[in-house]
Write a protein that binds this ligand. Structure first.
Ligand SMILES: C[S@@+](CC[C@H](N)C(=O)[O-])C[C@H]1O[C@@H](n2cnc3c(N)ncnc32)[C@H](O)[C@@H]1O
Length: 217
């Protein structure tokens, strides 16, 4: 019965259920709550990962025992804190951010979280700055959460710079519901999906806007 209902697109995750689950499985401590709320408080767009997706990301990074990671799209550092906390003790995250105002808030938050030594925030557009971290690879994890039109390029970069068994995770892979539209951005994100599926073992997790997880073959 439940299977039939979920195939028919029924939604069982009420806001109350999600809030209860978040409290039980991935509760924010005071630091995490402050970083989570900081975009609104500092005038940045509140487009950080959802609590549950971020909980999954942190759990996954810990589960796979990742050590060296790259993130494209820092914003105020919420997902960076989640990733960095889960990395091995001697691990490092390189987080790439195009907007200097976002990078500045992120650096402050990472300092307050005691993670300045574990996370390097790199200013600039990722297409330009990704080559600057290549010498730190091969990487265990690449996390994409920035301009969706860039995913095709970032996916190819990840393919070249992840170790075999390394993991690519990308948020918003339903493209806010526009994935099958006829514009160039949607076509590019579809190519990102197709190329990733060719070179990675992939699963698309049905979060509100889709989270793609791929293990490099
Ligand atoms: C959705 S937010 C990232 C949220 C963050 N991962 C989190 O969950 O806390 C996207 C960020 O990507 C940045 N961005 C957009 N295009 C970019 C690019 N080409 N290179 C680097 N950063 C970019 C934006 O300025 C914004 O801060």
């Amino acid at each position: 019965m439940a299977d039939t209902q979920s195939r028919a697109g029924a939604r069982f995750a009420t806001a109350e259920i999600m809030a209860w689950l978040e409290r039980v499985h991935s509760a924010h401590d005071a630091t995490l709550e402050a970083v989570y709320l900081s975009p609104e408080k500092t005038g940045l767009p509140a487009i950080q990962l959802g609590h549950a997706e971020a909980g999954f990301l942190e759990w996954f990074v810990r589960f796979m025992r990742a050590r060296v990671a790259v993130e494209v799209g820092t914003l105020a550092g919420y997902s960076a804190v989640r990733i960095a906390r889960a990395l091995a003790a001697d691990g490092h995250l390189y987080s790439l951010e195009a907007d200097p105002a976002h990078a500045k808030v992120a650096r402050t938050n990472l300092k307050q979280a005691g993670l300045s030594d574990k996370v390097t925030v790199i200013d600039g557009f990722a297409a330009t700055t990704l080559p600057s971290v290549e010498s730190k690879g091969p990487f265990d994890l690449v996390f994409l959460d920035a301009d969706k039109g860039g995913y095709e390029h970032y996916g190819r970069w990840a393919r070249a710079h992840l170790r075999p068994g390394g993991v690519l995770i990308a948020d918003n892979v339903y493209l806010f519901g526009r994935l099958l539209d006829s514009d160039d951005e949607a076509a590019s994100v579809r190519r990102f999906h197709e190329e990733t599926a060719q070179h990675f073992d992939t699963a698309c997790i049905p979060t509100p806007d889709g989270l793609l997880v791929g293990v490099r073959r």
